[in-house]
Design a protein around this ligand. Structure first.
Ligand SMILES: C[S@@+](CC[C@H](N)C(=O)[O-])C[C@H]1O[C@@H](n2cnc3c(N)ncnc32)[C@H](O)[C@@H]1O
Length: 264
């Protein structure tokens, strides 16, 4: 059936598997035991991904690492760009809630994926704590921060949409003045594989190098702040593919306290 209004299927996604996941979960004989239990909903999503069609979720190895970062920093609000079927929304939402946080906000461009995610978040018993907003990350961030003033600082934010959007979106956050030295933690997945070299270059550059870069880059209407300095961590952990598979590496970035100039 032609789908003139839907984004095209990808090799490993958006081909109907995400809705099939819902049917599979909701027809399980143990659906009543799964209901209201985030860990069991996540285990069911993992089981589907292993048995039927791979899903582009953060997965248990990287997920466990990020929940330990949440345990350590205890963000009040956790923002995520790219929600897909809601695996990370459930995992991180539950971690933020159990650490006394206020809210998980996920931004997802694809309304069909947001609908699937909302259904699974509801099943996990996290409705009310996890909010999924439909729209492109840059538009929603502008609305939440500049227009509605709902977010005045970013405690913790995860980049997990498409890698080419990581750098423009971090530039936008710099422009909006919500990155707080000593507070904000930015996380990003798939930095090495498939890779986000332009994002990584920006996050690791000195203010001097950033000023030079900006002379040759087209930033459109964005206003990156070259004086924001990030501290980069590349965590090592075991994955199902062995110790530190390149595809599983990602960064934890902090605003350097010394800079103290964000959003000026
Ligand atoms: C890798 S998946 C997210 C996986 C999810 N974080 C998890 O671990 O369970 C990437 C998602 O980003 C979404 N996406 C792509 N471009 C986006 C944009 N500009 N704004 C928000 N979401 C976007 C895609 O629709 C897709 O669902």
């Amino acid at each position: 059936m032609p789908k003139p209004n839907s984004p095209p299927s990808m090799k490993f996604a958006l081909d109907g598997r995400e809705v099939d996941l819902l049917h599979w979960i909701y027809t399980r004989p143990d659906i009543k035991e799964i209901s209201g239990n985030p860990a069991k909903v996540l285990a069911a999503i993992d089981e589907y991904s292993n048995a039927f069609s791979v899903l582009m979720n953060i997965g248990s190895a990287k997920g466990a690492h990020i929940t330990s970062v949440i345990d350590q920093h205890k963000p009040s609000v956790f923002l995520e760009l790219g929600v897909y079927v809601g695996y990370s929304a459930i995992l991180f939402g539950q971690a933020v809630r159990s650490n006394g946080g206020k809210k998980y906000i996920g931004i997802e461009k694809n309304p069909e994926m947001a609908a699937v995610a909302n259904q699974l978040v509801d099943l996990a018993g996290l409705r009310g704590f996890v909010q999924i907003i439909v729209g492109p990350s840059d538009e929603v961030l502008r609305e939440l921060i500049r227009e509605r003033n709902e977010i005045t600082q970013v405690d913790m934010l995860m980049f997990d949409h498409w890698q080419e959007l990581y750098r423009p979106d971090v530039w936008l956050l710099e422009e909006l003045g919500v990155l707080v030295p000593g507070v904000t933690v930015l996380l990003a997945d798939n930095i090495i594989m498939p890779g986000a070299p332009d994002y990584r270059e920006w996050m690791e550059a000195t203010p001097e190098k950033k000023r030079k870069l900006l002379k040759s880059l087209d930033v459109g209407s964005l206003r990156p702040n070259p004086d924001v300095v990030y501290e980069t961590t590349v965590p090592e952990f075991n994955t199902v593919f062995g110790k530190v598979s390149r595809s599983m590496m990602f960064f934890t970035c902090k605003i350097n306290k010394r800079t103290g100039c964000c959003g000026d």
